[in-house]
Design a protein around this ligand. Sequence first.
Ligand code: ATP
Ligand code: MG
Length: 571
Amino acid sequence: MSDTRPEKDTELDGLDFIRRIVVEHKRSGRFAGKVCTRFPPEPNGYLHIGHAKAISVDFGIASEFEGICNLRFDDTNPSRENTEYVDAIKYDIRWLGYDWADREHYASDYFEKLYGYAVQLIRAGKAYVDSLNADEIREHRGTPTEAGRNSPYRDRTIEENLDLFSRMRAGEFDDGAHVLRAKIDMAHPNINMRDPTMYRIRRHHHHRTGDTWCIYPTYDWAHGQSDSIEAVTHSICTLEFENHRPLYDWFLDELGIHHPQQIEFARLNLTYTVMSKRKLLELVTGQYVESWDDPRMPTICGLRRRGYTPSSIRKFLTRIGVSKTESTIDLSLLEYCIREELNKTAPRVMVVLDPVKVVITNYPEDGTEYFEAVNNPEDASAGTRSVAFSREVYIERSDFMMDPPKKYFRLSPGTEVRLKHACYITCTDVITDDAGSITELHCTYDPESRGGGTPDNRKVRGTLHWVSAAHAVSAEVRVYDHLFSTVNPAQVNEEAGENWLENLNPDSLVRHEHAVCEASLNEASVDNRYQFLRHGYFIADAKDSTPGKPVFNRIVSLKDTWAKVQKKEGV
Ligand code: ATP
Ligand code: MG
């Protein structure tokens, strides 16, 4: 008997549901085997990591299937849009590593064409001018369980509609006096199909078309037709547009123009983060953060300033994949992706965030020597550097304890530790000021231990990082934590008076303004990322760092401390 099981379709192996659809379209010859996608941002805010997901899907699929991906600004709402956002969006997409070549489009380029399509629908008796005001339209719309009611203006003649619509365009009416609506079905179970608005009168200066237009298409009217004009084959968007698909299909079918396939996927949500543009704007305008590119923001410019690399973000997006199921991804996965990359690439350096001075009393007053330090134990090709050592060095204040508990392996009176790359020291004296706080630690060093020696096979338990006082460069180090201290900060009960802003983490930024670093970091640029031993991964701040007074941002800690906290608290 022959085996009737279907052959395994290896071409689909490992593909997500969108890519499977594209493969099937290519096979069936739909769209003549072509693939054209687009990324359609509204220029009313900065891009965030959620947009990066859409970008990676749109551009990624186009390039994998030998297609093209357009950049199209859906600039239909001039009141909230401006060119600052357009420029920032373009910069961010390029930085992420994607390219739209010369295919930079704007919905506003199609305003004339869209107007013509609207006239076509009026002529076909499929659109009408309504003179109800916004509140009345809302009242007539009905509810999910209750049918809507027809507007008294719904049966205007085609001639009357054509006349009114052209006078709307000519500026004869006040803002809000009339709208153009599609004539579909006020009892339709899908509210989006209840005669949706296509045009509004709005005297707003547009960042591209100036004052040419006083009527503007709604997003729902412009979006699908813009895709069609661009001959988009796969119009990929997020799930909230699933309910709009029947409307987009209706428009395209009534117009009889090229009909892209819309495919919806689940938005990216991240823990400890808000992603709505409105909320991000509120964080900026309310000065809860410094700016759109504050390193704690989930914006692309914020992640860039924080020190994330495009490759780590792309890796993250590949790892999470695409699906139709809403979920919230753990922020620690994004952190894991950058940590994993930097572990391989970042040179190790020594920086002391909260310094206390150590005087090595048996070391020559004016002596200096240089120790060889490995740049990256994960990467032999990164080589070594020489680190200056002298009689006075700084160590972390928290690396010394007067009365240490058992199993404290750092410095305390009488104990011996290793200074990384340098030598063993033993604490002999503790100098305090009048208030009792420690100003200096006096130590002796063992000359036999220099450069990694282990005199008498003596083992020391603690190894401390340090910086030579005579060679130190003072720096500011900014240690960031999650911007919010709750897992889903946007999930609040507003009726009970809860406010998502109360979930902000008061410790999301800790500034160490008197840090000291190795001289090699004096001219650190934003192109270099470092591992500060025992502190995590850092980058020079693109805005505030200057040679002579470097400022560093912590990109990510060395270990996932947050997961540990959660475990302990049983969250
Ligand atoms: P708005 O409320 O202003 O429409 P938006 O986040 O949808 O906000 P757009 O500029 O319209 O902003 O987004 C451009 C594209 O990015 C859209 O196709 C949208 O579906 C997609 N997108 C936005 N947020 C996410 C997200 N969190 N995950 C995945 N895709 C997203
Ligand atoms: Mg949108």
